[in-house]
Design a binder for this molecule. Structure first.
Ligand code: KG4
Ligand code: ZN
Length: 345
């Protein structure tokens, strides 16, 4: 079964071809980061318009590069939500049109299901069940992943996402969008101990996170100190240390609470070197295994959607088989725990 995956939930247009026999044939991505950078964040209307411009040429480019034709597709998977409504609708309408024209099934997927299953595309792959720490610009969640459709939310942020906190803190320090990588680089030359920042909710006893207080504490520091280059670096280092302490501490607690010994880190913040070092050190000490899928599979991409779509379409008695002619839609908000596997419904 050859499945085309389409991801347009935010500021990246991603397409991929997944073959259930041969595996991932290829995926390509167009990032809008440069376009949004001058506004300091994602502008939803610009995002939608850019997806419209990019999506069809990207699909054609991918098919050409992999020597395939539209007629060979057996299904189309697209991100149905959550995300920016206009951006989602671009992927949804292209997927529905292809399904209608080619008379093949179309499946709308939950974006986070794509993220949670994407580690299975990498080598080495974790085995079910595992704990996933999803840390992106839009999400900070700990999930127990029991299998396709078996997702239990263990904890999540009550305010800002981890990546959002990195980006907002970077902005306070005068760094360009998206600030996470720039802040991390600046932190390398800083002293994390000069300023003591809070570790929000680290001792809360649950598996939730909060990052907005940390950002406010940084704001106070920037107001009360002469912001020379070294001070900026020291604040960046203190912020990073605090965020990493909380993320690693809660991830470790999630493993202890579930009794599992595999942790998967997904999402853009998973690229953070200090977070990786902290988790690897804890893994060695506590005897668990951490999986860091390659970054192009961790951040938003079409491959995870093509893959999750193929798994869903292959489920015995898949209710998606006849979807091509039905109305399509986007869901800007969507609770992941509403999902189940076909076999459990
Ligand atoms: O998963 P992702 O590419 O996109 C979504 O948000 O869906 O994550 C992007 C986020 C941004 O907030 C970015 O600043 C952050 O990941 N990020 C980092 C690093 N690289 C990317 N944060 C901290 N350290 C990094 N090295
Ligand atoms: Zn994402």
């Amino acid at each position: 079964m050859l499945v085309l995956g389409i991801e347009t939930s935010c500021d990246e247009t991603g397409v991929a071809l997944y073959d259930t026999g041969a595996g991932l044939l290829g995926h390509i991505l167009h990032s809008q980061v440069a376009m949004h950078a001058e506004y300091g964040g994602v502008v939803p209307e610009l995002a939608s318009r850019d997806h419209i411009r990019r999506l069809l040429p990207l699909i054609q480019e991918l098919l050409r590069a992999k020597g395939r034709e539209l007629g060979q597709l057996d299904g189309v998977a697209y991100t149905q939500g959550p995300g920016l409504a206009g951006a989602l609708l671009v992927g949804a309408s292209v997927a529905a049109s292809l399904g209608f024209a080619l008379r093949i099934p179309v499946i709308g997927l939950h974006h986070l299901e794509g993220h949670l299953l994407s580690p299975l595309l990498a080598e080495p792959a974790p085995r079910f069940p595992f704990v996933a720490l999803l840390v992106s610009g839009g999400h900070t969640q700990l999930m127990r992943v029991a299998g396709v459709g078996g997702y239990e939310l263990l904890g999540e942020t009550v305010d800002d996402a981890a990546g959002e906190a990195f980006d907002k803190t970077a902005k306070l320090l005068g760094l360009p969008y998206p600030g996470g990588p720039a802040l991390s680089k600046l932190a390398d030359s800083g002293n994390p101990n000069r300023f003591r920042l809070p570790r929000p909710m680290l001792a809360s006893g649950d598996l939730n996170f909060s990052f907005s207080g940390l950002k406010t504490a940084v704001l106070t520091l920037t107001r009360n100190n002469e912001m020379d280059a070294q001070t900026k670096a020291d604040i960046a280092a203190a912020f990073q240390q605090a965020a990493v302490d909380v993320l690693a501490g809660k991830a470790e607690r999630a493993l202890a609470r579930t009794g599992l010994d595999q942790l998967v880190v997904a999402g853009g913040v998973g690229a953070n070197r200090q977070l990786r070092e902290a988790l690897s050190a804890r893994a060695k000490k506590e005897g668990f295994t951490v999986f860091y899928p390659p970054l192009d599979l961790c951040t938003d991409n079409g491959a995870m959607i093509a893959f999750a779509g193929a798994l869903r379409l292959q489920e015995p008695g898949s209710r998606h088989a006849g979807l091509a002619l039905k109305p399509f839609g986007a869901r800007a908000r969507w609770d992941l725990e509403e999902l189940t596997s076909v076999s459990t419904t």
